[in-house]
Design a protein around this ligand. Structure first.
Ligand SMILES: Cc1cc2nc3c(=O)[nH]c(=O)nc-3n(C[C@H](O)[C@H](O)[C@H](O)COP(=O)(O)O)c2cc1C
Length: 195
């Protein structure tokens, strides 16, 4: 699972310091889409496998990895399968308006080309961490989101984290089972057309 998406990109020439400096929650999206390759690259930044033991770009308590990423884009909903580094289509149709409603009708989600939903699969952490499992899921969501926000900055995209959402309504948009709990969103787009 080589991190080819990022290292093969000229954007790898953007320094980490510049990304840290340049990261801003940006909501001034234009109508231009963000391609599947770029969405895949963002997911890799959040949860890509970078090690033969299955460890990832973001740290995880005990290496348990309780989180999953879903991308809500104009063409449908995709799941990022971290072990295979594949962005797989799971639902057809533009569910962005429904996601916007679930995110308390915030324009940032309504105008985004795509929104990445960070979901905790409850139960994965519980056996090992008991009552601390919920806390660890939230901490890890922050790590994953920050990785994606910095990658978006490196890629010249606009992005903003969104924590104000109706968890259960968001789960319904994604048609996920009860143990899957949406925690945090990263809305992504472009501020000006790229051509
Ligand atoms: C936990 C958390 C939840 C947030 N939720 C939202 C949100 O629901 N909607 C939104 O537009 N921005 C949201 N933000 C982005 C903040 O508004 C933003 O980080 C803040 O204004 C500081 O700006 P900066 O990110 O450019 O440094 C959230 C940020 C964090 C860390």
């Amino acid at each position: 699972m080589a991190p080819t998406a990022i290292v093969s990109s000229p954007l790898a020439l953007v320094s980490l310091e510049d990304c840290l400096h340049g990261r801003r929650s940006r909501r001034d999206f234009c109508r231009e889409t963000v391609g599947e390759d770029d969405l895949h690259r963002l997911c890799w930044a959040g949860q890509g496998v970078t090690d033969t033991e299955g460890l990832r770009t973001a740290p995880s308590a005990g290496g348990v990895h309780p989180l999953e990423l879903y991308v809500v884009a104009s063409s449908g909903i995709f799941h990022y399968d971290a072990p295979s580094d594949v962005l797989e289509a799971v639902l057809r149709g533009d569910r962005r308006p429904a996601l916007c409603t679930a995110a308390l009708s915030q324009d940032v989600v309504g105008l985004a080309a795509a929104t990445i939903v960070i979901v905790a699969v409850q139960g994965r952490m519980d056996l090992r961490y008991g009552a601390r499992a919920r806390r660890y899921e939230l901490i890890e969501a922050g790590h994953v989101a920050q990785n994606m926000l910095l990658a978006a900055t490196a890629m010249g995209l606009c992005a903003a984290p969104v924590g104000a959402l109706d968890d259960l309504a968001t789960r319904d948009v994604l048609e996920l089972p009860d143990e899957y709990l949406p925690l945090y969103l990263v809305a992504v787009g472009r501020s000006t057309p790229s051509h």
